[in-house]
Design a protein around this ligand. Structure first.
Ligand SMILES: *Cc1c(COP(=O)(O)O)cnc(C)c1O
Length: 235
């Protein structure tokens, strides 16, 4: 199969896995499928869009900007999902529809100040360091409510929900526990901020997608199972 045919077949297979998980775990509406395209070229991204992908996630700003400029057919939404350096917030606020990796106050106020008004509010997910790992980005669990309040006070931001990348494990029950913990924080935010437009749990990657669907993911972020095993990072 050509690379393009492989991508199309992989997307169909992922959609079938999502449908099967929804049936198994009695989910009425399936999560949105985001294709994560770090290190992937515009030909591969175009194949995914042609196959019906509407949401694209990128981790590195420079890489994303050059691909955005080159792509003929744009997706419905660009999602920034990588670590955010302070000096990159202006470009992120200008060139993305969603940011899933917001984890500190300074990033929140800068994204708000730098969001071009004509683009409408920038959709925000707070990234939570759900297993309290030293190596991982994300806010600590006890910081989330305060950060949520800050996002909600910003005119050019819209707080949509939470994102996490849990500790790596092959154990389905352990994966589910991690995602259930994120859902618990999400539910308490909904209670604490009943007026907030909180509708998004961004969780589940190639190796733990089913567990995330079981625990209520509304967006799953899939890279390798669409484009093949990860290749060396282009930074
Ligand atoms: C790379 C990446 C993904 C996709 O991971 P796969 O295991 O390749 O599906 C999802 N989310 C984030 C934040 C990533 O960096």
């Amino acid at each position: 199969m050509s690379n393009q045919a492989t991508i199309i077949a992989n997307i169909a297979a992922i959609q079938a896995r999502i449908a099967a998980a929804c049936q198994l775990y009695e989910r009425q509406s399936p999560p949105r499928l985001m294709a994560v395209t770090k290190t992937r070229n515009v030909t591969e991204i175009s194949a995914a869009i042609a196959a019906g992908i509407t949401d694209i996630g990128e981790n590195y700003l420079q890489e994303a900007l050059s691909k955005q400029a080159e792509l003929r057919v744009q997706p419905d939404a660009w999602h920034f999902i990588g670590p955010i350096q302070t000096n990159k917030t202006r470009a992120i606020a200008s060139h993305f529809d969603w940011v899933h990796s917001v984890d500190r106050a300074k990033i929140i106020t800068r994204l708000n100040e730098q969001r071009p008004a004509q683009r409408g509010p920038l959709n925000i997910c707070l990234q939570v360091n759900i297993n309290d790992e030293d190596s991982k980005a994300g806010a600590n669990i006890d910081e989330v409510a305060e950060l949520a309040k800050l996002v909600l006070s910003q005119t050019h931001l819209r707080l949509r929900g939470l994102m996490a990348i849990p500790a790596n494990t092959d154990d389905l029950q352990q994966q589910r526990q991690n995602f259930a913990a994120l859902r618990g924080i999400f539910t308490s935010l909904q209670t604490q901020f009943p007026e907030a437009p909180l509708d998004t749990l961004s969780m589940g990657m190639s190796s733990d997608m089913e567990a995330a669907v079981a625990e209520g993911a509304t967006i799953v972020r899939i890279g390798s199972d669409i484009f093949g095993p990860r290749i060396a990072q282009v930074k």
